[in-house]
Design a protein around this ligand. Structure first.
Ligand SMILES: Cc1cc2nc3c(=O)[nH]c(=O)nc-3n(C[C@H](O)[C@H](O)[C@H](O)COP(=O)(O)OP(=O)(O)OC[C@H]3O[C@@H](n4cnc5c(N)ncnc54)[C@H](O)[C@@H]3O)c2cc1C
Ligand code: SF4
Length: 504
């Protein structure tokens, strides 16, 4: 069966067919509802397959139950063990093309009527058309992003980019303000929990007691939007209190500021509660009204209509086997307990401990923590890329099957050998020291690679290059780092130290 995308027969009619529409997780907002009868299914199997962060399980259950309550009589809501109990072969249902390979197979095997996917700015046919014009060249984010800006007119002045530049990265990416413990922005607006959340909490406690689920991480107040109204409020709060600082501090990290100026919108976007185009248009309107700087507005726009859409389309474009069929750097180490159990207490490296501790509390970390702390660490230590991919899905409130392969297998772990990113995203402690306040309070020293206070990221970087050198020596972008490694007189001692390191 071809599940690479919609066939003409499946998608010849985007309008509702009068059939009941099965709405899946990821499709819970108004953009997926055309007014007809709705079917919602909460399946316990979603939560029982692998250990999952408690905050994620809570958010998913809360979101589907809130949607059922909102829709009232229009929705038939089932709480079952497995989807098969409700969706039989030949069921008279329509479905908006689901957001995972597994779910797409499921709905096609049951013969449901499949409508085109939604929830992204570029449609699947438009991406396929763009990709087909690349003549086998690398599908670069930058090229895709510019095409989307030109096609949609978002942040465009005629055929030129607003402000004369496509990219304001140069004005962004600042380190945190010197000496600051926090960015000093108001506390984000948090959702108010209600009776549905209380019921979710009781159910999760019971399922855990009964051994049905393995929950990891803390039970805390729900921090992410579970309804479209909460998502709108979160967007408005981001615009009012953090958008101006979003661009400049996009890559900065502070131990005392877990949200920095980030939008916290990935979870409601991925649940389908917030439409990405609406979010971008609202943010762009702030720039046109003179209330937000172009650097921040362009940065946010790039993340949504660029990166978010790009990784979604790569998920389909690269195919289902992409996740499991690449291991270009020969990474086979299992994830350590500290990752699997989010046990930060035994970790000495300040940056890693703070990041894992934040994940334990919230099921979330911001982008640079994910890429340059967690991903960088896993890359250096050769963790199995598939296990890491699935860990990110299970431990993050915004984790989905589609978002991870390009981000983890491709960008972060370079397991695909260069399909998504031209070189491994590895760096030593100097980068973390420049972009954060973590190193000041750490037992290790980012400048030291050998000895008791040798930074595990700095020494780990050289040990990593030494390990993967035979696999990356032909990558011209790695020529300089490899030449640097070959010049190290103490390389063997650094490598030996990292092989036997017990304290990290
Ligand atoms: C190893 C790794 C794992 C990641 N896992 C996830 C994940 O599970 N779910 C997820 O949505 N994003 C993931 N990302 C992308 C990004 O880190 C998160 O979207 C972001 O940190 C979420 O916080 P935010 O909403 O405050 O984002 P902001 O920093 O405010 O950015 C705005 C929005 O841009 C989008 N975005 C930005 N970068 C990306 C990207 N690389 N891929 C997809 N969307 C992007 C998100 O929708 C995000 O909400 C991952 C990135 C890496 C490197
Ligand atoms: S010294 Fe190294 S381990 Fe410690 S916080 Fe800095 S980068 Fe992380």
């Amino acid at each position: 069966m071809d599940t690479t995308g919609p066939s003409a027969a499946e998608h010849d009619d985007e309008a509702t067919t009068g059939r009941r529409r099965w709405i899946l997780t990821g499709q819970l907002g108004p953009a997926f509802d055309d007014g007809g009868p709705i079917l919602l299914i909460e399946s316990k199997s979603t939560f029982t397959k692998r250990p999952m962060h408690r905050a994620k399980a809570h958010l998913f259950l809360s979101a589907i139950r809130h949607r059922a309550a909102e829709l009232g009589d229009r929705a038939e809501f089932h709480q079952v063990d497995r989807y098969e109990e409700v969706v039989e072969v030949g069921a008279d249902l329509e479905v908006i093309d689901p957001p995972s390979w597994t779910a797409r197979r499921f709905v096609r095997e049951r013969g449901l009527r499949v409508l085109p996917s939604r929830g992204f700015v570029t449609s699947e046919p438009d991406f396929a058309a763009w990709a087909s014009t690349r003549d086998g060249k690398r599908l670069l984010l930058e090229d895709f992003y510019r095409t989307v800006r030109e096609r949609t007119g978002i942040l465009m002045r005629g055929d030129q980019p607003e402000g004369g530049r496509w990219n304001y990265d140069h004005d962004n990416r600042n380190p945190p303000p010197k000496g600051a413990a926090r960015l000093g922005l108001p506390e984000p607006l948090w959702p108010e929990e209600d009776d549905i959340d209380a019921e979710v909490r009781e159910d999760l406690d019971r399922w855990q007691r009964d051994g049905l689920v393995q929950l990891v991480g803390d039970d805390g107040p729900r921090r992410f939007a579970a309804t479209a109204a909460e998502a709108e409020a979160a967007l408005a709060d981001f615009i009012e209190t953090r958008l101006g600082d979003f661009g400049p501090f996009e890559d900065a990290m502070l131990g005392g500021d877990w949200t920095m100026a980030h939008s916290l919108l990935s979870a409601p976007l991925n649940l389908g509660l917030l439409d990405p185009r609406d979010a971008v248009e609202t943010v762009v309107a702030e720039y046109h009204a003179g209330r937000a700087p172009l650097s921040s507005v362009e940065g946010f726009t790039r993340q949504i209509i660029g990166w978010r859409d790009y990784v979604w389309h790569l998920y389909w474009h690269l195919g289902e086997p992409y996740r499991t069929s690449h291991n270009a750097l020969g990474a086979h180490e299992p994830l350590p307990r500290q990752f699997r159990e989010l046990d930060a207490a035994a970790i000495q490296s300040n940056c890693l401990r703070e990041t894992i501790d934040g994940m334990r509390r919230h099921g979330w970390a911001h982008h640079i923590q994910r890429l340059m702390v967690l991903g960088n660490w896993a890359l250096q230590h050769g963790y199995d890329p598939v296990a890491l991919n699935d860990w990110f899905i299970d431990m993050f409130v915004d984790g989905t099957p589609w978002v991870m392969p390009a981000n983890v297998i491709g960008m972060s772990q370079h397991a695909d050998g260069g399909i998504v990113a031209t070189k491994p995203y590895a760096s030593g402690g100097a980068y973390i020291d420049k972009m954060s306040d973590y190193c000041g309070g750490c037992a290790f020293n980012p400048k030291v690679r050998l000895g008791e206070d040798a930074c595990p990221f700095t020494a780990g970087y050289w040990a990593f290059l030494d390990r993967v050198e035979p696999r990356i020596r032909h990558n011209t972008r790695m020529a300089q780092p490899l030449a640097g490694m070959r010049r190290l007189s103490d390389l063997r001692a650094v490598v030996d130290q990292e092989h036997t390191r017990e304290q990290w």
